[in-house]
Ligand binder design. Structure first.
Ligand SMILES: Nc1nc2c(c(=O)[nH]1)N[C@H]1C(S)=C(S)[C@@H](COP(=O)(O)OP(=O)(O)OC[C@H]3O[C@@H](n4cnc5c(=O)[nH]c(N)nc54)[C@H](O)[C@@H]3O)O[C@H]1N2
Ligand SMILES: Nc1nc2c(c(=O)[nH]1)N[C@H]1C(S)=C(S)[C@@H](COP(=O)(O)OP(=O)(O)OC[C@H]3O[C@@H](n4cnc5c(=O)[nH]c(N)nc54)[C@H](O)[C@@H]3O)O[C@H]1N2
Ligand SMILES: [Mo]
Length: 767
């Protein structure tokens, strides 16, 4: 928490976006001392011939504006292009132990890393190391392992296609499928839950569908903060009179009222658009009950003779509806309303909106995926869409709103701990080595292996593994047992401080910067959340002469580790077209003529078979799937129990904390807060602004406790509280996850309030 600035809570009464966002954009560029450079960068961001925003994965619109960025994209760029630098002098001044005491925000504010650094245990400091020595050290450690499965190769979703592809080949040639990935904590339920239903683990809409939708549902997603450019689509839909239904335990500001920051007219007249026509104030984990309630209302209408189901579609394209009907009709309205916390009339009302619409888009985010039954929950969402044939027609489909800018692309090009045999055969045929056939580790399994001492090397391709994963205290201890930790990175973060016996920090050329090789300037490619693949070319000079492109780092690590490899790693360093040609060889169905297609600065769209009503499932049909019951998390019978959702503030990018405020939720200068229903607070005899601790219900012998949290009255449903990730990750047990996807249930941690041991300064509450 910031020492100088006083914590404050004052509800934000303005519409989201608008001047507030414009001011914030200008301020952040100034604070990072990059007003001129940053503004120039914004002109190239998401423009043909420029680079892709390093923030979220939302696509560019088909009808482009002169500027295509949002406040939070501008923040991501400003913090990447910052003038601040973390140099060897900085590390000489600070031991790693002392840096561990600093906040995530402080670490971030130190700036960009400029040269490779290596941990020196004698002085407990990072010291400079030559690139070749760093590669040699990694090679030695990897070669010394008894088995390649003793290494864990993490990927964060900012990694571009070319890098991710080479990484997936190197690691498999080395001999393992241990690919823990940020996606394991994010949209993995999408990747694993949807294929049995619709044959693909991706979204099925394109941008143009927003213009033809007759209803839009936004579920468990804080659009105005995490995918702000999507607000434009919602504003346009509302102007056409399209109903927008919001299902969320938090009345997220931007989804209630929004001013488009780039709409000068709206800003000039202080106008704003009401976004949600219906706000469904669901209990945490109550969504399944709502989906079943909506399906029940449709089946009841069908049985009453109303024409609400797309029977032709169901007959031609699907299997299994009757089993779902039986399950849903045996679920009582009493249970549906009890578990969801939503009255029957409101569920019937939104079911009516859904029934009336001939083309519905359902968007969702972490509020659905991060539950113990996240994958099953998404299958029920797919059932709902199938009932009205909402696939393969304009204006309709399922829209997982992905997180990291290339998290979907990384998966497409091979970052997968459970690869298919067919894919492995292609790798063998194209590269001439036999890849490992057994499944590897996802994030939770990787941490468990570190804890058990069976993992010895951690390699992080971007990201902040130590901070993003569950069970912080346990994870830190597990990582400290490793022989080697490597982080390929732009900025100093906690993952560099939680280190093994040896540790390396390898700084890279960032997304907004120019990649130059002996073959001239290179570009990389990105797949957005709607499967558009586009080139991304940086425009700034790299931060220093001693940073390297990510692709080169992977190639040189491969050369140091696999001296007898027949893969032409040295060629891939210089010419990225060669890498794209190999991607085309491994994925001929979707990536044929990749290099040729990349001559078009607008890129191309990867095939999504459900858009053609083609189902790549074993039976060739879309499948209705049954999930019995209504609970998406283990039930705990204790009236003191609260469900905690760990969420993002408006001023963070995952583990990167831009500031300690959260404007739209009215919180200033404090991240250690709990949003709570007033009656829940009063039941416990607590004051608004009281400082307390939280403890997790767990029976595995670990006590999980976070202290110094300020309670804020907030319109939460009863029994539901929210607080910020990553500060609350010590409360999230490692083994509390969705079995199908391995995704931790970060939105539904069972906790109770306990007294604070060391109370923090009280927060000022306005009004
Ligand atoms: N500026 C910015 N942009 C980002 C990111 C960032 O940190 N900052 N992160 C990126 C990444 S990696 C991702 S994955 C996305 C994340 O984007 P989101 O999916 O929006 O992520 P969260 O902030 O975790 O919260 C999601 C929402 O879920 C709601 N919620 C919690 N529990 C439930 C529930 O049980 N049911 C329902 N229906 N809703 C619930 C919360 O109230 C919140 O509004 O954003 C990406 N974009
Ligand atoms: N409790 C809880 N835990 C969660 C979540 C939650 O909602 N609740 N959300 C989960 C989700 S959705 C996700 S996606 C994960 C995120 O997990 P990660 O992807 O591991 O985390 P980030 O914070 O996005 O990583 C930021 C770091 O990436 C590095 N970086 C930035 N840009 C680049 C680049 O261009 N190249 C390289 N090589 N490095 C770069 C910088 O060093 C920066 O500090 O966290 C998950 N953890
Ligand atoms: Mo994510």
């Amino acid at each position: 928490m910031s020492k100088e600035k006083k914590s404050e809570f004052k509800p934000y009464h303005h519409p989201a976006g608008g001047w507030g966002a414009a001011n914030a954009t200008a301020r952040v560029l100034m604070e990072q001392s990059v007003l001129v450079k940053g503004s120039r960068g914004l002109l190239s961001m998401n423009q043909p011939g420029g680079f892709k925003c390093p923030s979220c994965a939302f696509p560019d619109p088909d009808h482009r504006k002169t500027l295509e960025f949002c406040e939070n994209g501008a923040k991501a760029l400003a913090f990447e292009a910052t003038k601040a630098r973390v140099t060897r002098e900085f590390f000489a001044q600070h031991t790693v132990t002392s840096l561990m005491e600093r906040s995530d925000h402080w670490l971030e504010m130190q700036g960009r890393l400029t040269e490779p650094m290596c941990y020196d245990s004698a002085t407990d400091r990072y010291v400079p190391i030559a690139w070749d020595d760093a590669y040699a050290l990694i090679g030695q450690h990897l070669q010394a392992l008894d088995s390649p499965h003793e290494a864990e190769f993490y990927t964060s979703g900012r990694t571009a296609n070319e890098t991710a592809f080479l990484y997936s080949i190197f690691v498999r040639e080395f001999g393992t499928n241990n690919f823990p990935d940020c996606s394991n904590m994010c949209h993995e339920p999408t990747s694993r839950g949807l294929p049995p239903a619709i044959g693909i683990g991706k979204g099925t809409i394109v941008m143009a569908d927003f213009d033809q939708a007759e209803a839009i549902f936004v579920i468990g997603q804080n659009t105005g903060t995490n995918s702000p450019r999507m607000m434009t689509n919602l504003v346009e839909a509302r102007k056409r009179g399209v109903p927008v239904v919001l299902i969320n335990p938090m009345p997220e500001r931007a989804l209630i009222r929004f001013t488009e920051p780039q709409d000068i007219l709206q800003m000039g007249t202080f106008g704003s658009t009401a976004i949600s026509t219906d706000f469904v104030h669901v209990r945490i984990g109550g969504d399944l009950a709502i989906f079943k309630g909506m399906m029940r209302a449709l089946f009841e209408a069908d049985e009453a003779g109303e024409d609400v189901l797309d029977k032709a579609f169901i007959a031609e394209h699907t299997v299994g509806m009757e089993a779902v009907r039986a399950d849903v009709m045996s679920t009582s309205w009493a249970d549906i309303t009890r578990v969801s916390g939503i009255p029957e009339e409101q569920i019937r009302h939104i079911a009516g909106i859904y029934a009336k619409s001939n083309a519905t888009i359902i968007c969702y985010g972490m509020g659905l995926t991060q539950h113990q039954e996240g994958s099953h929950l998404l299958q029920q969402l797919a059932n709902l869409l199938l009932l009205k044939g909402n696939f393969g027609k304009p204006g309709a489909g399922i829209a997982p709103i992905r997180g990291h800018s290339n998290v979907q692309g990384d998966r497409t090009v091979g970052i997968d701990e459970k690869p298919t045999q067919a894919y492995l055969d292609r790798v063998r045929d194209v590269f001439g080595f036999e890849p490992p056939r057994e499944h590897g580790h996802h994030v939770v399994e990787a941490v468990a292996a570190m804890e058990a001492g069976t993992a010895k090397v951690f390699f992080g391709m971007g990201g902040n593994f130590a901070r993003a994963i569950p069970d912080t205290d346990r994870a830190y201890a597990a990582m400290a047992r490793l022989n080697l930790t490597v982080n390929v990175t732009t900025k100093l973060n906690r993952a560099h401080l939680v280190h093994g016996r040896d540790a390396l920090m390898l700084p890279v050329v960032a997304r907004s910067e120019i990649i130059r090789t002996t073959k001239g300037e290179q570009f990389v490619t990105i797949e957005d959340a709607m499967a558009n693949v586009t080139p991304s070319r940086g425009v700034f000079e790299p931060v220093s002469e001693d940073v390297r492109p990510e692709t080169e780092i992977i190639c040189r690590v491969a050369m140091a580790t696999l001296p007898n490899s027949k893969t032409p790693w040295a060629d891939y360093i210089e010419d990225y077209t060669l890498i794209r040609d190999r991607i085309a060889d491994v994925y001929p169905e979707i990536y044929a003529d990749f290099s040729e297609k990349m001559k078009n600065p607008h890129g191309f769209h990867l095939d999504i078979p459900p858009r053609r009503r083609v189902w790549k499932t074993p039976n060739g049909k879309a499948n209705f799937l049954v999930m019995p019951g209504l609970e998406v998390n283990d039930v705990i019978e204790d009236p003191a129990m609260l469900r905690l959702a760990t969420i993002r503030s408006h001023d963070q990018y995952n583990t990167t904390i831009y500031s300690n405020s959260d404007r739209y939720r009215g919180v200033y200068n404090n991240r250690l807060v709990i949003f709570m229903n007033k009656e829940d607070r009063e039941d416990r005899g607590l004051e608004n602004g009281a400082v307390v601790g939280l403890e997790t219900y767990s029976d595995d012998g670990y006590r999980r406790y976070v202290d110094g949290l300020t309670i804020l009255d907030y319109p939460m449903p009863r029994g539901a509280i929210a607080g910020y990730y990553p500060e609350l990750n010590p409360l999230l047990p490692l083994d509390f996850y969705d079995e199908i996807s391995g995704t931790p249930a970060a939105k539904a941690i069972p906790v109770k309030i306990v007294p604070s041991v060391a109370s923090a300064a009280p927060i000022r509450i306005a009004g």
